[in-house]
Design a protein around this ligand. Sequence first.
Ligand SMILES: [Mg+2]
Length: 318
Amino acid sequence: MVEWARLDYLKDTQVNISSEFSIIKKYLSGIGASYLTTNGINLAGGDDCAVIAANSKLLISTDTSVAGVHFLKSMPAESIAYRSVATALSDIAAMGGNPIAFNLSLVMPNFNSDWMKAFKKGLQKISREFQFPLIGGDIAKGPLQISVTVLGKPEKKYLLRSNAQSGDVLCLSGALGSGYIGLKEYKRSGELNSKTKPYLFPSAQIAYGRMIASIASSAIDISDGIVQDLSHLSSSSGVGCNVDLDEVPVVDKQYKKQCLEFGDDYQLLFTVPPKKLFTLQAKLNSCKKKCHTIGVMGGKKLILTNNQGSMRNWDHFQ
Ligand SMILES: [Mg+2]
């Protein structure tokens, strides 16, 4: 009886159960294992759940990357793995937190050992860089997509997108457009070089976020382009903003509009009370990090201008 039940089950499942477990064991286990104890992880993998000894608040965020939508299927698997985790990490950076662990769900159309080996390499790379382990996940068969849940610990104060005040200075952690230029260059050359690296291996601004956590009044990461993400920050906070787009730094002025609108940059957009701006700039400068001031919060409208006059103008409050 037991034997029949088992065969029926195998016939109905899409992925061969034994191979799923062996793939997980070989390619998704032990990644960042040396960080488990320091990050308060009691149990990772091998059981139904991971166990975390959380004696403080935790930040949790999930991000799904779909082939053909968020990345090119032809990209190296090392990069696909790395950037899927990095884009999820960026949300922890936007809250001013420090990552402690991540979970990963991988849906793929077929199994290829070379691809999986490179995928594992990408996970190991980002795990090492931010010193946080993979603590669980699963594999299923289907169109390629990766879903990553990141857990983090906030600093004493965590940053929200809803706390910008009228009069606060709007700041940006770095120039925009490296995602756009990187993808454009990758489509042309198919190579890893200084232009494509920010797209293939984007940097989550974890250190920057932690540095501004106690000083900034609000923050958001730029994943969808400055216009979109500024409108989120502005409407969440219930305060408008006036931005001169010519003041926003971009990596390639020839493609200014695309650099502003494309997204995939993972820089932080944040607000600072004017009397704290000097302290913040000094703190960032001491770590060789930049802070670009690009506008001032105020009014009830989001007004974006450039040298041709008003480019976009939203009113979320009417
Ligand atoms: Mg975000």
